[in-house]
Structures are given as C-alpha cells and as structure tokens.
Design a binder for this molecule. Structure first.
Ligand code: 3HC
Ligand code: NAI
Length: 694
C-alpha cells in the first residue's frame, strides 16, 4: 500500500489515514492510496464501517493544484468517488483543519461527516477560476439548499464547523482533541441503528423547493453582478447549480459540471488565478531570511498618529486581539481618531459582522495617549504622522530614546527614504517600513520595506505578523514609491498626458474599467481627493489637477473633481473639465488627435510593466510574481489577468518591447525600455524566468 495512506483496524472499524503534508492535497498517490485502502476495508469481512481521517494540520485541502494542466494520472476522481459512495459499509469522514474543494467533495460522498469545532469547510474553486469538478455543485445544494449553495460556491468562502452543522454539511461536532475517537464512536452508533445508508445524490428534497423558480438564479446574478464582473467562473458555478435543479437526473447534472469544469480549466482566467495562488505564497519566501529565522513576540503595539492611516492600522491589531497604544499630539485629534475607529466597528456590527460585545472588546484594547513615553513597553511602534522627512526624523529620534531595546520601529511612509529615517536612530537594524494601504483596516496589501540595515529577524517578524493581522505581505526595497506607487506613477503620468493629446478622462477610465480595474485613474483620484499633497500657495495652474483644485473641485467629497457628482455620488462627465482640457490643448498649440482604446491601454500599462522591470533589475522586488501580488491586492488589478508582469509574459515580452520602442521614438524618454526587458527578450525569456543574482 502507498505510504501516504495507512489502513488500520479497530475491531470492526477500519481507519484510513491520509498523510500527505502540508495540506493532504489529493495527489495521484493519495487518490491511489485511498482507493486501495477503502477497497481493502470493503473486502475485509471483519470490517463493518470505515472512518476516513487525515494526519497533520488539516483534512484534505483539495485537489493537488500542482497537477493541474498536466496529463491526468490514475486513478481518476470518478473511480475514487464512486467506490466511497457505493461502499456497502458506512463511511464517516473525520474533518479537522480545512475540508476544501475536492477534499469537501470527497467528504460529501462519504455517508457521514464528523468535524472538530474549529474545522472549516468550503468549495473555494471559484478563487482558482474553476468550479467544483468532483460533484460538489450537484451534492452541495442537495444538502444545504440552492441559495446557500450559490453563496458558498461563488464566494469560495469557508464555513466554520458550527455553521456547517447548522446547514447539515456536518452531522456531529467532536469534543476537543478527540476527533478520531468521536468518528469511530459515530460509526459504531450508525452500525447499532442499522438504518439503510443514504447517498447525498439521492436526496432531492431541497432541490424540489427551487424547481419552477428561475428567479432565484436571476436575482442572485443581478445582486452580484458588480462583484462577478469580468470573471467567468462565478457564472459557470451558478449554471451548474441551476442544472442540479432543472436536470432530470443526477448524472445529467454531473455531465454539465464536468463540461464547464474542463472549459474553465483550459481557459486563461483559471491559469492566471492558479498562478496567482502560488504567487501569493511565494511572496512569503525571502531567500536570505529562511523560515526558521527567529522572530520577536509582538504582544503590544504602539501607533503614532490617529489620522486616516493610524486609525485603520490600529484596528488591524485590535481586531487580532493585540493591545494598541495610540499617541497623538492633540487631544481633539486623538478623540476624533478613536471616534472614527468606533464608528467603523459599529458599522460592521450594524451589518451583523460583529457583536456589540466584540466591538467593546476591541475598543477596550485601544489605549489613547498624548505622550510617546507610553510606547516604552511596546514591542512594535508604527509611525503614521505627516509625510514630511523632518517630522519623521524628529519622531524616530524620540522613539529611539523611548522604546525598549529590541522593539521594532516602523514607518508607514508612502515614499520617503527609510534608510534616511533609520539613520537618526542608534538602531537602524530595528527600523523597517510597513506600508499599509488606505483604508488600512480593509486593504489586504502590506508592503514591507527593507532598509539597508534592517535585521533579518525584524523582517521575519513583520512578515509573520502580517499574516496574524490578515494582510498579504510583499517585501520591497527602498526606492521612491516602493513597488506599487512607483508603478502607479507611470500610469498616472500617461493618463494625464493622454487627455492633453486628445483622449478624454472618461474614455481613459472606461478602457481601464473594461480591462477589469474597479475604476479608472480619474475616478480613483476623485475618490482619494485631488488635494492630496496639493498646497494652495504653491499652486501654479500648471496642470489640470491644479486648476481643478484651485476651483474647489477637490473630488467626490466636494461634489466635483474631474467628474461632476450628483447627490447619490454618481459620476457624470463634466463639461467644466472638458473646457479646462481644451484650454490647455489650445495653449499648447497642438491639435488633439483621435486616440484608440488600444493605445490608451498600452500607454497606461506598458510603462508600468517597464517600471516593474526596472524594480526587478534594481533588486527592489525579489521576483516578478511579488509585483503581481502588490498590484492584485493593493491596486485592483483583476486577478483573472494574474498581475501586470504575468500579463506581460502572456502577451509576449517581445511585443511589449516593440511597442515601448515605438512609443519611445515618437513620445520620448518616458518610454525608454528597461535594460532587463531588452535582455529578457534577447534571451527569449519571460519575467517568470527572472531570478535575482545570488
Ligand atoms: N494543492 C497543492 N498545494 C497546495 C494546495 C493544493 N490544493 N493547498 C495548499 N498548498 C500548498 C501551498 O502552496 C503551500 O505550499 P508552500 O509551503 O510550498 O508555499 C502549502 O501547501 C501551505 O499552504 P498555505 O501557505 O496556504 O497554508 P495555510 O495554512 O495558510 O492555508 C489552506 C491552508 C487554507 C488549506 C490553503 O492552503 C488553501 O486555501 N489551499 C487551497 C485550497 C483550494 O483551493 N482547494 C481547491 C483546489 S481545486 C479542487 O479541489 C478541484 C476539485 O473540485 C476537482
Ligand atoms: P493624516 O493627516 O490623516 O494623519 C496624520 C496624523 O498624525 C494627524 O492626526 C496628526 O495630528 C498626527 N501627528 C502629526 N505629527 C504628530 C506627532 N509628532 N506626534 C503624534 N501625532 C502626530 O495622515 P495620513 O493620511 O494618515 O498619513 C500618515 C502617514 O501615512 C503618512 O506618512 C502618509 O504618507 C502615509 N500613508 C498615507 C496613505 C493614505 O492613503 N492616506 C497611504 C499609505 C501611507
């Protein structure tokens, strides 16, 4: 028998244990091992029931994603699922950790499911641009009902065990630390009851309720249209469940599921989303900071500044149960900051996301103060004061004086030089950048900025801490704008140039929106506020943005910016903006030209990719996929296009380079191709092939 699956017998109960670390993915070896063990148990006349369980940290987390796109290896899914489902002896799945995707589908062909209280169950295939291809779309609605099933498969979210019990996905919860014992006891109980075994596929009661109600699906599509925009997988997941309701037989539903699964698997979106799954995990690996690097315990956090960013950053830690001391200069600013935090928590509570007790508990972890001396015992202090170097330096000199030895001193600066900030302290090895994104309590991305002298244990601690507070961390080197904003600046520059050449802002926005961004650059700036970093006294009416600010058109918050906004904050193209643009063009003496959608896209995105290449060649990002993780998590790059560097690889770097050269010849040095782009093309390589020199 295969070593990854073990068969033991506890008198009449056979226990099949899967042991395929780290997450017991259903590789060919695991499938083969389960099949052999279950067949042996069925054939053994002494065995009356079978328990299927996993060793290590989790139940089966799904199919082995690394096998996707390769020639299939036997045994196939159908054979494995059929043997379990048709077993004449009851099969009980014993679930701890996660039962996801193919893992849950396997559990659904078992006759019963027992789970630990902290287990989580889900069908997250949609996040890989797929649908559950092992019967999940046909069996799930038979257990939980159509509406709940639609929710589970299109969100990909994991249901906690308690909820799984309530909706019937799980039959019993096991006492702490006794999963296998509970599953064996459950199997004995079933044997004693001598009831006939029921297969999930035979239970149609919950489907009957939805028959003749196509509006369930139409309403669901309408309600989620914005969320699903651009993605292929959600619609195909919905269609499978619709088919479960409308088809005459279970097999018919399965056939549709299989067909749509194969279509998605062969398509570019799933390839991009699977790439992205591994990119996010790869970003956690830093070649010279190995996994076993010692880390600091972070039990108390200090935040300096309770403004837009400080408040949001503080919420991350309070929500993770870590006490936070927030220091401000003035009482009013502190009160305002704490009030904003409370109202954010209250809003979540009013939508059912938190109980009032949880809100109080989190607020109870926040301790406001007007003196930095209160940071003395903090393990980590994050500075989020005004973006001015002289203020940052003063603050870091104070932190150096006040904080205990070994405390990590972090800055949330969005572009200032972290080395220069660190240089005012006697402990630059403890200084690091933690660049959160606004709103900091919501956005998943955290750029961790490694200074010249930042110690490895400090980096390891911050990467680990990011996970604790639910962020996706990417390591970046010190440079202006780090990874994300440095590339964004390229897009901003081109968007602004385009409108002075003849494109209009609403066209630029439309092209980027259609590409898959949640909004285009002009809408985004209107939302953020056009006066960010703008000073009236220094304003020279030299750019469209300056003129808009001088007119008091500060963006959505003032009812007008590039766009005009109605009382419901709907954006309308503005004749005022049109006129300012036309005045600029007239003054320049050039005549506007018709600019195609294709050029708008290339002008906005190719320079970003080129900048990404420079970031890589300068060693400011470890690998191209890290850049993609930044753009997907921090800037709304559509995950079904993988990220800018992946996208460039798919287009072909030779094509990107050729276009950059063409733009360079006609539009000047903003388009000078990066040396790395030229080199990769000359070598016939992709960004994905690039490795930093050792
Ligand atoms: N296949 C192959 N490798 C996988 C895997 C999978 N299904 N799931 C996780 N891994 C790998 C990760 O790449 C990572 O490898 P690394 O250590 O070399 O980087 C390692 O396992 C640990 O994963 P995480 O770092 O993500 O560990 P966490 O503890 O944070 O999370 C988890 C665990 C919640 C299980 C998370 O890994 C996860 O969500 N996995 C994917 C689950 C999934 O998408 N399942 C559906 C697969 S598609 C399917 O089943 C098709 C079917 O319907 C036919
Ligand atoms: P903000 O102006 O909203 O808040 C700054 C707060 O710091 C104010 O409440 C101010 O009273 C306080 N403050 C100033 N000096 C102080 C001092 N010496 N001691 C204690 N408190 C002090 O600014 P915001 O937007 O929160 O930005 C803070 C930092 O975060 C800046 O470095 C900024 O570049 C960075 N950042 C901002 C982002 C954004 O979208 N707003 C995004 C990412 C980073």
């Amino acid at each position: 028998m295969d070593t990854v699956v073990k068969l033991e017998r506890h008198d009449v109960i056979a226990v099949v244990t899967i042991n395929n670390p780290p997450v017991n993915a259903l590789s060919a070896a695991v499938r083969g091992g389960i099949l052999a063990s279950v067949n042996a148990a069925i054939a053994d006349p002494e065995v009356k029931a079978i328990v299927l369980t996993c060793a290590g940290r989790t139940f089966i987390a799904g199919a082995d994603i690394t096998e996707f796109g390769k020639p299939p290896e036997p045994p196939g899914w159908d054979e494995l699922l059929a043997v379990l489902e048709n077993s004449p002896k009851p099969v009980v799945a014993a679930i701890h950790g996660h039962a996801l995707g193919g893992g849950l589908e396997l559990a659904l062909v078992c006759h019963f499911r027992v789970a630990t209280k902290d287990a989580r169950l889900g069908l997250p295939e949609v996040k890989l641009g797929l649908l559950p291809g092992g019967g999940g779309t046909q069996r799930l609605p038979r257990i939980v009902g159509v509406e709940k099933a639609l929710d589970i498969v299109t969100s990909g979210q994991h249901a906690p065990a308690k909820e799984a019990l309530e909706v019937g996905l799980v039959d019993e919860l096991a006492p702490e630390g006794q999963l296998n014992e509970a599953a064996v006891a459950f199997a004995r109980k079933i044997l004693a009851e001598k009831k006939p075994l029921v297969k999930v596929r035979e239970n149609n009661t919950k489907l009957e309720v939805a028959k003749g109600h196509p509006e369930i699906f139409e309403n669901f599509r309408k309600a989620n249209a914005r969320k699903f925009r651009g993605f292929l997988a959600p619609e195909k997941n919905i269609r499978c469940i619709e088919t479960a309701v409308t088809s005459a037989t279970f097999e018919e539903g399965l056939a549709v599921e299989r067909k749509l699964f194969m279509e998605l698997m062969a398509g570019p979106q799933s390839a991009a989303q699977r790439y992205y799954f591994f990119a996010e995990r790869q970003a956690q690996k830093i070649p010279d900071v190995p996994d076993d690097t010692p880390t600091h315990a972070v039990k108390k956090v200090g935040i300096l500044g309770a403004g837009t960013m400080g408040g949001g950053i503080a919420m991350n830690f309070a929500s993770a149960g870590i006490p936070v001391t927030i220091v401000e200069i003035k009482g009013e600013a502190l009160d305002r900051g704490l009030k904003v935090i409370r109202s954010n928590y209250d809003r979540t509570a009013s939508r059912g996301g938190l109980t009032p007790e949880q809100v109080n508990q989190r607020m109870g972890l926040l301790n406001g103060s007007l003196t930095m001396e209160d940071f003395a015992e903090c393990d980590l202090v994050i500075e989020a004061v005004f973006e001015r170097m002289e203020i940052k330096k003063q603050v870091f000199a104070d932190l150096d004086r006040i904080c205990k030895p070994g405390a990590i001193l972090a800055t949330n600066t969005s572009e200032l030089n972290v080395n220069e900030i660190a240089s005012v302290t006697r402990r630059p090895e403890d200084v690091i950048g933690l660049h959160f994104f606004s709103p900091a309590n919501v956005m998943k991305l955290l750029e961790v900025i490694r200074g010249e002298k930042t110690a490895k244990d400090v980096i390891a601690t911050c990467m680990k801490l990011a996970k604790t507070i639910g962020k996706v961390a990417v390591l970046a080197g010190v440079c202006h704008g780090f990874i994300g904003n440095r590339m964004l600046n390229q897009r901003e520059r081109e968007a602004n140039k385009l409108v002075l050449e003849g494109a209009i802002p609403w066209d630029v926005d439309r092209v980027l929106y259609d590409f898959g961004f949640p909004m285009g650059p002009f809408r985004m700036n209107d939302l953020a506020g056009l006066d960010l970093g703008w000073v009236m006294e220094e304003s020279r009416s030299s750019t469209l943005r300056e003129v808009l600010c001088e007119m008091g058109r500060l963006g959505q918050k003032s009812g007008a910016g590039y766009y005009d906004y109605d009382e419901n904050r709907n954006a309308k193209p503005s004749p005022v903006t049109d006129k300012i643009i036309n005045d600029f063009i007239a003054k320049s003496g050039k005549s506007p030209r018709k600019i195609s959608d294709g050029e708008i896209l290339e002008r906005c995105i190719y320079p970003m990719i080129n900048e990404g290449a420079k970031i890589l060649e300068e060693g400011k990002a470890i690998r191209a996929s890290d850049i993609d993780v930044v753009w997907v998590n921090g800037y709304g790059w559509p995950v079904y296009r993988g990220g800018p560097m992946y996208w460039a690889d798919q287009i072909g770097l030779d094509k990107v380079l050729a276009k950059m050269k063409e733009f360079h010849a006609t539009l000047g040095d903003d388009f000078k191709p990066a040396a790395l782009l030229e080199k990769l093309v000359a070598e016939g390589k992709k960004f994905a092939d690039f490795e930093q020199p050792a």
